[in-house]
Every structure is written in structure tokens, then in C-alpha cells.
Design a protein around this ligand. Structure first.
Ligand SMILES: [Mn+2]
Length: 297
């Protein structure tokens, strides 16, 4: 575990290393892993980059709500080292399950394959009442990609297999990219897919209402945000950008309208600092985390 205890300010001073996970409202954990990407890497550098930025940005939301009362503990990074992806993911699943029982964990990837162990951990703790809101340009429903069944394009094939999460407990929003195998998989299944084109027509408030309706059988919610939900103009620093996405303005409006749901944790993945321009994508990710804490806690 690499920790940031030696650094003076992260999360704009909210981070208090003397807290225990039980005392904290939020525990931040970085997952610097990008070996399951299908194209361009660099997401392993995101946890450090986003933390660095977080030290310089006020912890007051865009609506003027101060987060000063929120107790944040950043426990550093769970690093893959030389572990196989399978062994690393089982370590993540164990650690995440511990956190879900105690606070609102906020995970920073890394690529989107990391949500496999994170969502499995959430499901182990919350079971069938768990709903997952997947904001992404892609479905991530491939059986395998480039020969890897734990690819970042396979996330929800893995979270929903066996005795896992029901596909119907996931709402996929922002979607504007499909693989042939994904189309074949969802055909005839109850998949909650809200396409980017439809969202653009509806607006974010109505989109949020649609997400709530589709997941109305769920009681607690996990947010997984692939930064490529945003348009490449807003968030260029990501491995597989897809035109036709959203602005950060639209994302915050969507999150605000979802804020009456009971969220139990979140991840932000696929931010790739080496592919970024002027840190625009890391800034967007950092800001989204601040806004989400303001809305969800
Ligand atoms: Mn994704």
C-alpha cells in the first residue's frame, strides 16, 4: 500500500490520516492499474494526478455547499505490483468489501476492469438491493476482448455472471458505442440502456428520472463513472474517447438530480494523465468527486 501521509494537502485539507475507516465518512483508495485496456494506457497515473489537483481546489460544491464537515480518509493506493490480474482483483474485492461496510468508499482507477472486483464487493455486502449506475460511452459487456475476460470492455459480463448482480440491476447511460458481441448479448435481455442520443434529446433531469424508474426495484446505488462518458472535448485524456458525449455541466446536473437516491460508493475510472491536455480530464474527475460527495453524503 502506498500512502500519501508525507504530503501536506490532499482533498483540500479534508483528508485526515488520523481517522480510522470506521470514523471516516469517505475513504479514498487509488487503484493504479491499466493493464486491461484495449487500446491506450496511462490510467494507472490518475490516482496521483487527481490527488495532486485536489490539494489546490476548494472543497465547496458548485452550489456553495461546504464539505468541511465531511471526514475523509485517503488510504493511498492498493498497487498491483507483480500480482496477476486475478490475484490483484481478489485483493481489491476483499479490501473494498471491508470499506463498504464502514463508509462511502471512493475508488480512483485505473481502467474500468477495476469495477469488476469493486462491484462484486458491493454486491457481497448489499446483495439484490444493489443498483449500479454505469455512466460510460461503452457498455463494457463483452465476453472477452483481446483474449482477456477481465478486459475493461468486459466489466459487466463479469459482475453479472454466476450468482452475481442481475443485469436488470444495472442502468447503462451515456452509451454511444457497441461491439457486435454486446448487441448479441443484450438482444432479448432486460438491459437498461439509455443511449447518449436519447439523453441529449431528453435533457439530464429527464434522463435521471428515467434511470430512477429503471432501477426502482433497487434500494442502494453504486456509481461507476468512466470519464469517457464526457465528450472528448471535455475529457480528452482517456484511452478510448468517443465523440458525441457530454459536458461536465451536464454530468453535474445529472448527478444532482440523482442525489435523492441512497449511494453507497463510487468509482471514477479511465482518466489517463499522459493522454491529457493541461490536466483538463483530471480536473473534471476531481471536480466530479467533490460534487458527488456534496450530493451523495
Ligand atoms: Mn468503461
Amino acid at each position: 500500500m502506498k500512502t500519501w501521509d508525507s504530503l501536506p494537502v490532499i482533498w483540500n485539507g479534508l483528508h485526515n490520516r488520523n481517522l480510522s475507516p470506521e470514523e471516516a465518512d469517505v475513504v479514498v483508495m487509488g487503484l493504479p492499474f491499466d493493464r486491461a485496456t484495449s487500446f491506450r494506457q496511462g490510467a494507472a497515473e490518475a490516482p496521483d494526478r487527481i490527488r495532486l489537483i485536489s490539494g489546490h481546489i476548494s472543497s465547496i460544491t458548485e452550489d456553495g455547499k461546504s464539505l468541511a464537515g465531511i471526514k475523509v480518509l485517503d488510504i493511498g493506493d492498493l498497487e498491483p505490483g507483480r500480482l496477476s490480474q486475478e490475484k490483484y482483483f481478489s485483493a481489491i474485492e476483499n479490501k473494498a468489501a471491508e470499506l463498504f461496510k464502514k463508509n462511502f468508499p471512493t475508488f480512483i482507477g485505473g481502467d474500468h476492469s477495476l469495477s469488476i472486483p469493486l462491484i462484486k464487493a458491493a454486491y457481497n455486502v448489499y446483495g439484490k438491493k444493489l443498483g449500479v449506475i454505469h455512466l460510460d460511452a461503452h457498455l463494457d459487456l463483452c465476453e472477452e476482448l483481446d483474449g482477456n475476460r477481465l478486459s475493461h470492455g468486459c466489466t459487466h459480463r463479469r459482475t453479472t455472471e454466476g450468482n452475481g448482480l442481475n443485469l436488470n440491476n444495472i442502468c447503462f447511460a451515456g452509451i454511444r458505442s457497441f461491439e457486435q458481441q454486446e448487441l448479441e448479448f443484450i438482444e432479448g435481455q432486460q438491459a437498461n440502456v439509455i443511449k447518449a442520443s436519447e439523453m441529449s434529446r431528453l435533457g439530464m433531469d429527464k434522463t435521471a428520472d428515467m434511470i430512477k424508474t429503471k432501477l426502482q426495484h433497487c434500494e442502494v446505488f453504486y456509481l461507476t463513472l468512466d470519464i469517457d462518458f464526457l465528450d472528448p472535448a471535455t475529457a480528452p485524456g482517456t484511452g478510448t474517447p468517443k465523440p458525441g458525449g457530454f459536458t461536465s455541466r451536464e454530468l453535474f446536473t445529472l448527478l444532482k438530480r440523482l442525489s435523492d437516491l441512497k449511494f453507497i460508493g463510487m468509482d471514477v475510472v479511465e482518466v489517463s494523465p499522459p493522454l491529457d491536455q493541461n490536466d483538463i480530464t483530471s480536473f473534471a474527475a476531481q471536480r466530479t468527486i467533490t460534487e458527488a460527495w456534496g450530493y451523495f453524503l
